[in-house]
Ligand binder design. Structure first.
Ligand code: NAD
Ligand code: MN
Length: 505
């Protein structure tokens, strides 16, 4: 067998190995891609200590906004210079298709890091508000200061992108960072650390610790010196992180599951809505939190729309994710495949009909891959578990509705509220529905278009706080109010309430 690369962790500017290794396998072929140092609670503690020391030394937070921005730009440029290599690595580690990885997983990651560099330059770290208290002549100032050590726990579906959503605003705001990738997909984050190292980011400002979630992730969530934790992943682990964070009242942002309602009105452009609805539930073979997995179709067009959807789905190619002709890749793991297959079986038990099921690749080289065919279930209602629980695979449930009110009611009848969409030729009607949807994002005649300049996050059990946009920097800073008296006049001061000024009068 050929020699596989071995990756070490990045702690305090040093590449650090461990006695044991984690194996990273290709989800498409099962082949061993690389080995990675197996970090533990001690490594997490060392990384936090390094980040804390770097924070306190001022080596990062004392830089000017432009200096910090220059570092972010340099890291982004380093990644951009290697984007083809990173795309191939992302395909190998999590099974994204090469087209999806190039455009979204790597392309957006680099573009979004550039956005955070520009935000580092333009964000108003110091603001003032007009004086409103007439008797007092004073100036007020708000200084937004870095929080301190920030930790990011990253899932396996969009590793580099979701790391950038945490690293970018954290560093722009002057914090230091510890990132923990999922142990199935650590490679692109270690390449991010390599880029940071090569551009000379000071030691301790970024640390990447690999290892199991219940060890490394849990330690970061409870660590008293971590002042903020940002988590993307399952709702179950998100709740655990929030409970652990409560012990020392650290700031928390959570980006969790979803069950996106995708509403097709009778006046929708069918060509657009058919392709868009497939895109909505099949990007990353459905392993995307903001997927549109509940298709709500007006009853008057239901049968025709489903027929068109099925006809188009039949043209999709599932196969080798490195091939540019491939539309759909594998699921990330045997565990995820078993989970999704269980839901497909459950949907049938609950009374759904399989309106479409694709085929998995027959190529013997892909025999060990975690393949689940794209599947469209009809005859569903919103009370069924397959309509309520996040499946995280290429599975769509179709639910008919009678009118706009019912579409909104079904869409909002969910524990989740991350994403939703409306397809219509009438922007006014679509916008009226969009405003009624309980969702952090609503797309009209589109899907998955997350925009770095706009906040991204969920309501209800989909999460807490927002990533992207200036909103993200708000989450990575603490506003400090500074009051400056401008009068030196003891008699006009509020403290005369206790320390009487009458004697001087
Ligand atoms: P997970 O929540 O277990 O993993 C996400 C991250 O949390 C990983 O880095 C993992 O190592 C870490 N983690 C795990 N246990 C932890 C703990 N006790 N303390 C701290 N960190 C911990 O997700 P999973 O088990 O890989 O996937 C299960 C389901 O979660 C999926 O089927 C999907 O529904 C959902 N999910 C959602 C997203 C998303 O983008 N919102 C991403 C991945 C998974
Ligand atoms: Mn898990």
């Amino acid at each position: 067998m050929t020699e596989r690369p071995h990756y070490r962790m990045y702690v305090d500017g040093v590449w650090r190995d461990a006695p044991e290794a984690i194996e990273v396998h290709s989800p498409a072929t099962g082949e061993l891609v690389a080995t990675v140092a197996y970090g533990d609670r001690t490594t997490a503690d060392d990384a936090v200590a390094a980040a804390k020391a770097a924070h306190e030394s001022g080596v990062w937070r004392s830089l000017t906004q432009d200096q910090r921005a220059d570092f972010l730009d340099a890291i982004a440029d380093h990644l951009a210079a290697r984007s083809d290599e990173l795309t191939a690595l992302q395909v190998l580690e999590n099974g994204a298709t090469v087209r999806g990885a190039g455009a979204f997983l790597i392309g957006y990651a680099i573009a979004n890091l550039k956005y955070f560099a520009s935000l580092a330059r333009s964000y108003e770290f110091q603001t003032s508000r007009p004086l409103i208290e007439a008797p007092t002549v004073a100036a007020g100032m708000i200084v937004r200061e870095p929080v301190g050590v920030c930790a990011g726990i990253i899932p396996w579906n969009f590793p580099l992108l979701l790391a950038v959503w945490k690293l970018g605003p954290a560093l722009a705001a002057g914090n230091t960072v510890v990132l923990k990738p999922d142990d199935q997909t650590p490679l692109t984050l270690l390449e991010l650390a390599r880029a940071a190292d090569e551009v000379g980011l000071p030691p301790g400002v970024l640390n990447v610790v690999t290892g199991p979630g219940p060890e490394v992730g849990a330690r970061l969530a409870e660590h008293p010196d971590v002042r903020k934790i940002a988590f993307t992943g399952s709702t179950e682990v998100g709740k655990f992180v929030m409970r652990a964070a409560a012990d020392n009242v650290k700031k928390v942002t959570l980006e969790l599951g979803g069950k996106g309602a995708n509403i097709v009105l009778p006046d929708a452009d069918f060509d657009l809505a058919v392709d868009g609805s497939l895109f909505a539930f099949l990007l990353m073979s459905g392993q995307a939190c903001e997927s549109g997995t509940r298709l709500l179709v007006h009853e008057s067009i239901h049968d025709e729309f489903v027929a068109r959807l099925v006809a188009r789905a039949e043209t999709l190619v599932m196969g080798d994710p490195m091939s540019p002709a491939t539309d759909l890749g594998p699921l990330v793991s045997a565990k995820q495949k078993a989970r999704v297959e269980k839901y497909i079986a459950l949907g049938q038990e609950e009374g759904c009909k399989i309106a479409f099921q694709g085929t998995v690749p027959s190529d013997p080289a892909l025999a060990e891959g975690h393949w689940v065919p794209p599947t469209i279930l009809t005859g569903a209602n919103n009370q069924m578990r397959i309509a309520r629980e996040e499946i995280f695979g290429p599975v769509l449930v179709v639910i008919p509705f009678r009118d706009d009110d019912e579409a909104v009611a079904i869409a909002n009848d969910s524990e989740y509220g991350l994403s939703a969409g409306v397809w219509s030729a009438d922007n006014g009607r679509a916008l009226a529905i969009a405003r009624r949807l309980e969702s952090g994002t609503v797309w009209i005649n589109d899907w998955h278009m997350v925009n770095a300049m706009y906040p991204f996050g969920g309501v209800k059990q989909s999460g807490l706080g927002r990533e992207l946009g200036p909103d993200a920097l708000d989450e990575y800073t603490e506003p400090k109010f500074i009051h400056i008296d401008l009068t030196n006049d003891r008699r006009k001061r509020a403290y005369a309430v206790v320390v009487s000024a009458a004697a001087d009068a």
